[in-house]
Design a protein around this ligand. Structure first.
Ligand SMILES: [Zn+2]
Length: 328
């Protein structure tokens, strides 16, 4: 039986005050994590061409940037390092004087109230640009896992508040958890890139992190774009291994995965709105094809509505400024 005319869903949409009252999902600054790229040198602020408004920063400039990020009320950053020197074993990844380790110490010394998360992977540090140690063209899983554990420890020793392994090797969460605990870092949480897809949306990031593989691609460890059940198995194994927060990456094209992961595990869930998602919106906005601010917020609210508790996004600063503006 039809419920019209006594039932009218538009009734709650006429008055803007009522609209605000019944909104189910609202973006907050507490949802935001800002990715940053640190490079060697001083006073370096290289614009990343394919990611307008983002820069490769030397440690001194990074500290300034972090002060601004904190003053905007953004609670956290995630750090990616571009080392001076790359080699087959990616040895700067776990060097106490590596670029990320220096950056963490500088931020921790100078910036208050900012959570420093570090990306843990080998691809920025290896001369071949792959996420692990190679034998011929194969990425060796277990050998890579032990280097990742060393890398995570060196980040924790430098003062990182949380580590985020992004490599997608099997067993790395357990290895990192054991290594951190053994070294006395049992309180450092692990945010695992649990369901990370082999995605074309990472294109601009590889400019930023200078981590394009010298040959081949990442399909032997990152997930196939067509798979959903497999994402559940990936997340399940990371949860069993001790992940504290699980991540889905990319975010916008994988909202169904975010939803399924949140429904199934009820874990604190992160989503990474990756460089390609960001750059497409920026580019369209620069051409006046879309209202950039409106689409930015819509993209972030959608990710949150799908179930994400936190969003890694290059829009973090823009979104924080927007939230200040609308709250006035
Ligand atoms: Zn990698």
């Amino acid at each position: 039986m039809a419920n019209y005319p006594h039932k009218r869903l538009r009734r709650l949409r006429y008055n803007p005050i009522v609209r605000d009252m019944i909104r189910e999902t609202e973006l907050s600054k507490n949802d935001l994590i800002f990715p940053l790229f640190v490079v060697p040198g001083e006073k370096v602020r290289n614009p990343i061409k394919s990611m307008p408004g983002n820069f490769q920063l030397s440690v001194d400039e990074l500290v300034k940037e972090c002060k601004e990020v904190a003053s905007l009320g953004i609670p956290a950053i995630i750090l990616f390092g571009i080392p001076e020197h790359k080699d087959e074993q990616g040895s700067e990844a776990y060097d106490e004087n590596g670029i990320v380790q220096k950056a963490i110490r500088a931020i921790k010394a100078e910036v208050k109230d900012l959570l420093v998360i570090t990306d843990v992977c080998m691809c920025e540090y290896t001369s071949h640009g792959h996420c692990g140690v190679l034998k011929g063209e194969e990425i060796l899983n277990d050998e890579t896992v032990s280097l990742l554990a060393k890398e995570a420890i060196s980040h924790a020793e430098a003062g990182a508040d949380m580590v985020a392994p992004s490599d997608m090797m099997d067993g790395r969460v357990l290895a990192i958890r054991k290594a951190l605990d053994y070294k006395g870092f049992s309180n450092i949480p692990i945010m695992s890139y649990a369901a990370k897809y082999s995605s074309g949306y990472y294109g601009p990031f590889r400019d930023a992190a200078e981590s394009t593989p010298a040959f081949g691609d990442r399909r032997s460890h990152q997930m196939d774009i067509g798979n959903g059940d497999e994402a559940i198995r990936e997340v399940e194994s990371d949860v069993e291994e001790g992940a504290d927060i699980v991540m889905v990456k990319p975010a916008g094209p994988y909202l169904d995965i975010i939803w399924r992961v949140k429904e199934k595990f009820g874990m604190p869930t992160a989503a990474y709105q990756v460089s390609g998602e960001f750059s497409m919106i920026k580019a369209a906005a620069q051409n006046d094809w879309i209202d950039g601010e409106r689409v930015m917020i819509e993209s972030l609210v959608s990710i949150k509505r799908a179930g994400a508790d936190m969003i890694l996004t290059y829009f973090a600063k823009d979104a924080a400024r927007y939230l200040d503006k609308v709250r006035k």
